[in-house]
Design a protein. Structure first.
Length: 210
């Protein structure tokens, strides 16, 4: 990587801004995951969106369906964009691990590609946090890039990053160990829009808190 320092998640997404949405918001698998979650939600559900990005498509889809969304992202640029694009949702610039959240206070948690710049232990911690803040029977919609890699340096949309992830079976087991029953697992190869994006495998899980 020519000696470039991997950037933090905040630095990466501050730099990408709306370019990230342009590259990834067209994902049919992401939208299908949201539609699957919507079927499971009670009316006027409270949803926590971890790594909320620009607010689209996740927060926008949920508020358009009448739900209450709290989006949390470490990137101040993303939080500013999301607040303008989805004013009906609430967004906070914070690390989800340091944010005081009510136990059993949410009907659903969304984590779309929010874990990849965390260590494996940190990913497990955040999944357990999701179980803690969910009401019994609440749902988790989570997506990752299912590769068996740990601390690997690379480039994401032109930004130097360090990525850690799990293969499909290992990540599914991690979700189950955090206190969830996996209801569905969908895998796809997504080709982002734009000249600097490259095809990537993606896996979407829908799970219920035990």
């Amino acid at each position: 990587m020519s000696g470039r320092r991997p950037r933090t998640a905040a630095e990466v997404f501050d730099a990408l801004g709306t370019d990230y949405e342009k590259a990834f918001a067209g994902s049919a698998a992401h939208r299908a995951s949201l539609e699957q979650l919507l079927v499971m939600l009670p009316a006027h559900a409270r949803v926590l969106d971890v790594g909320s990005g620009t607010g689209r498509p996740t927060a926008r889809t949920l508020v358009d369906a009448g739900h209450h969304v709290l989006g949390v992202d470490v990137s101040p640029v993303m939080v500013d964009i999301a607040s303008r694009q989805v004013p009906a949702a609430e967004f906070r610039c914070a690390d989800i691990r340091g944010l005081p959240l009510e136990d059993r206070g949410f009907d659903a948690v969304c984590m779309y590609f929010a874990l990849l710049q965390m260590s494996r232990a940190e990913q497990a911690d955040v999944l357990r946090l999701a179980a803690r803040v969910l009401r019994p029977g609440g749902h988790l919609a989570v997506a990752t890039v299912p590769l068996d890699v740990e601390g690997v340096s690379g480039t994401f949309m032109g930004q130097p990053v360090e990525v850690t992830s799990f293969g499909e079976a290992a990540f599914t087991a991690l979700v189950e160990e955090a206190g969830f029953t996996v209801l569905s697992r969908e895998s796809t190869m997504f080709v982002p829009a734009g000249p600097v994006a490259v095809p990537e495998p993606q896996m979407f899980l829908l799970a219920r808190r035990r």
